[in-house]
Design a protein around this ligand. Structure first.
Ligand SMILES: Cc1cc2nc3c(=O)[nH]c(=O)nc-3n(C[C@H](O)[C@H](O)[C@H](O)COP(=O)(O)O)c2cc1C
Length: 297
């Protein structure tokens, strides 16, 4: 492992390293107003949810590493503690990025980035009409994390109301459909990623019942030369070791058993390879049957 002494780096290098590894980060496109009521729009990827009851979002406009100046968004939320946070998806990511240009104070970033301002219901900063998810927020607190360039400022926001475009809802219309909202997120440098059919996958987690865990796996499986840590984790997610089903019939298993009948070591390896493939495809119950078959020899 390469050791990165994060505190010995220049502020710029430190920021780069951290942005590459604390990733991907969701992007909040934040609308605020200054004391004169002029709107400002900027994206922030130091952004997340920290509580659901109360509903709290936090984003962080940092002091510029370059010259230690503060961002308009920060000045605005101190002057007028209100914001509309828009979740950035693929349909607005380039406009959101354009809005991050450092236009002089008072320049309307809505116009510059090609967005349409529409009134919010509970706060004064306008909403971005083109955004599919808009969260009207009251700013509860602004907490500076330092005074040097690169220091973040936590803007702690309470969500008052949320507007969601119906096109990203499920059939029932009562929840987001992750296949319909193509979220994007920021990594390091100029890298972004998108959440779509090709990148979505499920990880089943039994919340009520406990998985047997690695120590619960039979030794032959735990010390398999074939199954990797991730595959073992999926097997160890069962609540108890399944019983071998006598009628379990898999032509591939039959073939392996027949072919390697004189070489039990090779047979075990081939059965484990077959089980690994089944695990990768999500057929955990079948994988267990193959492995139980392997341990029977
Ligand atoms: C996708 C994206 C995410 C960003 N995230 C942050 C962030 O989390 N914190 C920050 O200080 N600046 C961030 N920036 C840079 C600000 O958006 C940029 O400095 C902007 O000009 C600030 O505008 P303002 O001075 O009008 O507030 C980000 C830029 C982009 C394009």
């Amino acid at each position: 492992m390469k050791k990165v002494n994060i505190n010995e780096l220049t502020p710029m290098r430190r920021q780069q390293w951290l942005q590459h590894v604390i990733a991907p980060r969701p992007i909040g496109l934040v609308s605020t107003i200054d004391a004169e009521g002029r709107a400002n729009l900027s994206p922030f990827s130091f952004f997340n949810i920290f509580s659901s009851t109360p509903p709290i979002l936090v984003f962080s406009p940092a002091r510029r590493v370059r010259d230690n100046t503060t961002k308009h968004t920060l000045d605005n939320v101190i002057a007028v503690p209100e914001a509309v946070i828009h979740i950035v998806d693929e349909s607005i990511v380039h406009r959101a990025s354009l809005s991050s240009c450092e236009y002089p104070e008072g320049i309307d970033e809505f116009t510059m980035a090609g967005f349409t301002p529409i009134p919010a219901e509970h706060v004064r900063p306008p909403r971005v009409a083109e955004s599919k998810v808009q969260l009207e927020c009251r700013v509860l607190e602004v907490k500076p994390l330092g005074q040097e360039g690169g220091a973040g400022n936590l803007v702690i926001c309470e969500v008052l109301t949320m507007h969601v475009n119906e096109s990203v809802l499920n059939e029932a219309g009562d929840m987001i459909d992750p296949f319909r909202l193509t979220l994007v997120a920021r990594l390091g440098a100029d890298w972004y990623c998108r959440v779509n059919e090709g990148s979505l996958f499920e990880v089943e987690k039994p919340n009520q019942q406990l998985g047997i865990g690695f120590p619960g796996l039979p030794a032959e499986i735990r010390h398999s030369r074939i199954l990797n840590g991730e595959q073992l984790a999926r097997l160890a997610n069962v609540t108890s070791i399944p019983d071998a089903i006598p009628s379990f019939d898999d032509p591939h298993v039959r073939q392996i058993v027949q072919y390697f009948s004189n070489n039990p070591e090779e047979m075990e390896i081939e059965l484990h390879k077959h089980a690994a493939r089944l695990v990768n495809e999500g057929h955990i119950a079948d994988a267990w049957q193959v492995l139980l078959h392997a341990t029977a020899f």
